[in-house]
Design a protein. Structure first.
Length: 295
């Protein structure tokens, strides 16, 4: 179990807004291990893990009024946003709090036209208006953060280092547009950029392009995931795990690089074992280090 936040930082009860994937369950388990009694608010049609051993409820993504009622009833003062959300709520699914009624036109415009970071900033603001402090996953489970250097014994080759540098620049520019966090470079050529489909679906596209002969089968390439330059690190940090490695294997890649200190690694031991069995590298890169970001 990864280390958790010091007891002194845990004022008020913690609520975990749970989207899809394993991450919300990891956060809930780590919070409990640290002495918290978390409330899990599982988002309907998004959360896909079993939270029955926790105090929990299921609600729609846009049910702000229902969520606020639970936060007040449970004495929640801290909120962590965790897991993926694939669907934005339709305007008819939004149930505002009394305080947020006047913000509804802005909320709807943001949901319709805003990028992911813009939407998350709005959501954070709504929780703060409910009297809660929004904290990052890394405050609850700091051991999930990627560190600079090689996470696997398998290192990147010199060609991979060049691909990392190119893909990192593409991911940085993509992030500035508030579009996505990932880019794939093969032989010095950017072949895929992450959009709303997410990392695994992007890698499925790379696998299809390679099978169709649109991408060289002789050169493997890399996936790089970076935090968006303007991103609030309390939500939606880049995340990798065994499923990312499995998708990278299917796409024929040589490895994965993520931003050290600003990306999460889940199921680390299983992920590293899977990568090493298949000859892939995984590393954490520091944008402050020239070149590929590796020491």
């Amino acid at each position: 179990m990864a280390t958790a936040a010091p007891v002194a930082t845990r004022e008020g009860r913690l609520a975990i807004i749970a989207g899809g994937g394993y991450l919300p369950l990891y956060v809930a388990e780590a919070a409990r291990a640290a002495g918290d009694d978390p409330v899990v608010i599982a988002l309907r049609h998004e959360a896909d893990r079993d939270f029955s051993s926790f105090d929990h409820m299921v609600t729609g993504v846009g049910d702000f009024a229902g969520i606020q009622q639970v936060l007040r009833q449970k004495g929640v003062r801290r909120v962590v946003l965790s897991g993926g959300v694939k669907r934005r709520p339709e305007w008819r699914d939004i149930h505002p709090t009394f305080r947020s009624i006047l913000k509804i036109p802005h909320v709807i415009r943001t949901l319709l036209a805003g990028g992911d970071d813009t939407v998350l900033q709005m959501v954070i603001g709504l929780f703060e208006s409910m009297g809660c402090r929004v904290v990052g996953v890394q405050e609850i489970v700091p051991g999930l953060l990627a560190e600079t250097g090689h996470l696997t014994a398998t290192p990147p080759a010199s060609e991979d280092m060049r691909d990392i540098e190119t893909a990192a620049e593409a991911a940085r520019l993509l992030g500035q547009l508030d579009v996505g966090q990932g880019a794939v470079c093969v032989g010095g050529r950017i072949v895929a950029l992450e959009g709303v489909e997410g990392t695994d679906a992007m890698l499925e596209r790379v696998a299809s392009l390679r099978a169709a002969g649109r991408i060289s089968k002789k050169r493997r390439g890399v996936l790089v995931k970076l935090c968006k330059p303007q991103q609030d690190v309390r939500a939606d940090l880049p995340t990798i795990g065994p499923s990312t490695v499995q998708s990278a294997i299917a796409a024929g890649l040589a490895g994965i690089a993520v931003e050290a200190g600003r990306a999460l690694v889940v199921d680390r031991a299983d992920m590293i074992a899977l990568a090493e069995r298949n000859g892939l590298f995984v590393c954490g890169i520091d944008q402050g280090i020239p070149g590929s970001g590796l020491r």
